[in-house]
Design a protein around this ligand. Structure first.
Ligand code: NAP
Ligand code: MG
Length: 479
């Protein structure tokens, strides 16, 4: 195991005299563990340690040597996947199978980016006679990674993986509700042989450790995943220090189902995209746009699937676990009550199993029909297992509704018409468009990020390496 302390400069530590934070188990609402509460002092130490690593052992490594360390970390994450899955399931409340998939994805990120560490090449540029001009990619320096509670392992893999590959040194601030896997990955990184200070982890509250980290003058890049509200604060903090920020802020992602679609193939994707991780997924397919002529058939089949969903403790490994905490539970239930009060029909509803502990943060997955495109349920991110069905007439109508929110993260298109697939893929306002699939099984290799209110910058895939590095032009006059 590990101690739930900060990992700074290769050492486990906490601020003296500061009481730890009590973390609850969302499956029963009971105390789970205590984590260290970091503030300015821990962040100062972590940023200094990261800078020392850049100036020392970590900064001296060849790109391929960084890659080898990352391969070792990837293998260790795989070896410990069951343990990591259990910790994530206890922290987040997600069913074990989903947590295990996250651990495997995390390992895959470290493997993918380990392999990429020595493959981002610069250019030579034809210029005046007697000059040779080249570009080189360089790390930013110390990078900050503010991680939410919904997919800690995956988001650490994708953002820290890309940052380490490019030679940055990282300071990670996990969500206060779910820090265990971040710390465990930190322990594995030490075992893999990463030089001290290359990867530092400070746990604590967003308003304390998170705010101290995002405004720290020693930080050269911030990667943030979370709410739009905090994302704005992060961008402002970045502006104060004129550093780049990557913002991944969630969405209200539509799935468009046309009359000519293969409904049998679509069905599991349409259901899963809305209830995976109890709907607490930035790319959740939470708006289901269905063409008029097949509306009744499709909503009937989805309703059947919702009625069969079982909700219970993470370790029971059912379809859906609890949501993360009491606040989020109240928020999601508020959306459901509001939708019912406005007269929207409940077409399907999952069941909370009878032995689910009373204190757990359970919400029955709920499927609403006849949602109008301007209803709150069609406009705002619920971040819970709630799906809204919306009717459309034709392609133009579908496109208008799909693009008619402040968000633009992901979209799904279900149709057999090839020209329509491409027309929509090009016109949908989303960072990723999936045709006759949704999510592409996670897609470590596929660039990901938002348009509009869903944020900016890209993580995942090779493209993330550009964001986590900077270009330098070197012009040599050899006349
Ligand atoms: P959040 O407050 O935005 O949290 C995201 C991360 O930012 C956490 O590590 C959080 O730490 C940290 N943070 C909070 N305040 C900060 C500040 N002032 N400065 C720097 N860092 C700060 O999200 P949340 O409260 O956990 O969830 C609220 C809503 O955000 C959800 O209902 C959902 O709509 C959205 N959300 C979206 C995603 C996504 O993947 N796009 C993920 C999570 C949440 P603490 O957790 O310790 O506060
Ligand atoms: Mg918060």
């Amino acid at each position: 195991m590990f101690d739930p302390l900060h990992l700074i400069d290769g050492e486990w530590c906490a601020e003296e005299g500061v009481a730890p934070i009590q973390v609850l188990n969302p499956s029963d609402g009971q105390p789970l563990l205590e984590i260290a509460r970091g503030g300015q002092a821990s962040v100062d130490k972590a940023v200094a340690a990261a800078q020392n690593a850049l100036d020392g052992d970590w900064g001296q490594l060849d790109a391929a040597e960084r890659g080898s360390l990352m391969f070792r970390l990837s293998a260790l994450v795989l070896d410990h996947a069951d343990k990591l899955a259990e910790l994530e399931a206890l922290d987040v409340g997600k069913p074990l199978k989903q947590a295990k998939a996250d651990a495997i994805a995390c390992a895959r990120y470290f493997e993918f980016y380990g392999g990429a560490a020595d493959k981002l090449h610069g250019q030579t540029i034809p210029y005046k006679n007697g000059y040779t001009v080249m570009t080189v990619r360089e790390p930013h320096g110390v990078t900050a990674h503010i991680i939410p509670w919904n997919y800690p392992m995956q988001i650490i893999g994708r953002s820290v993986g890309a940052a380490l590959a490019m030679g940055n040194a990282c300071v990670v601030k996990p969500g206060e509700d779910a820090s265990q896997t971040a710390l465990y990955i930190g322990k594995l990184a030490l075992e893999a042989g990463f030089p001290k200070g290359a990867l530092n982890i400070v746990t604590g509250f967003g308003g304390e450790a998170g705010a101290a980290l995002s405004s720290h003058p020693g930080v050269r890049h911030i990667s943030f995943t979370g709410s739009t509200e905090v994302g704005r604060l992060i961008q402002k903090a970045g502006a104060e220090n004129t550093i780049p920020v990557t913002l991944e802020l969630g969405g209200k992602s539509p799935q468009l189902v046309f009359a000519d679609a293969d409904i049998d193939a679509a069905l599991p994707f349409l259901v899963n995209a809305s209830i995976q991780n109890a709907g607490q997924t930035c790319s959740a397919g939470s708006r289901l746009l269905i063409q008029d002529s097949i509306y009744d058939e499709v909503v009937g089949r989805i309703a059947d699937a919702f009625n069969a969903l079982q909700v219970g403790p993470a370790l029971q490994d059912l379809n859906v676990g609890p949501v993360i905490n009491a606040k989020q539970c109240d928020r999601v239930k508020g959306f459901i009550a509001d939708a019912k009060a406005s007269g929207l029909p409940v077409l399907g509803e999952g069941k909370i199993v009878s032995d689910a502990p009373d204190g757990g943060f359970y919400v029955a997955p709920t499927f609403f029909g006849e949602v109008s495109p301007d209803h709150r349920l069609a406009q705002e991110e619920v971040f819970g297992p709630v799906l809204a069905a919306i009717r459309f007439k034709d392609e133009a109508d579908a496109l208008r509704i799909a693009n008619g929110t402040k968000y633009g993260l992901v979209a799904g298109v279900w149709t057999r018409d090839g020209a329509r697939q491409m027309r929509l893929a090009r016109k949908l306002e989303a960072g990723q468009v999936f045709v006759n699939n949704y999510g592409a099984g996670g897609g470590v290799e596929l660039p990901f990020g938002g348009m509009k209110g869903s944020g900016h910058g890209r993580e995942k895939g090779f493209e993330a390496l550009y964001g986590f590095s900077t270009s330098k032009t070197i012009a040599v006059n050899h006349n």
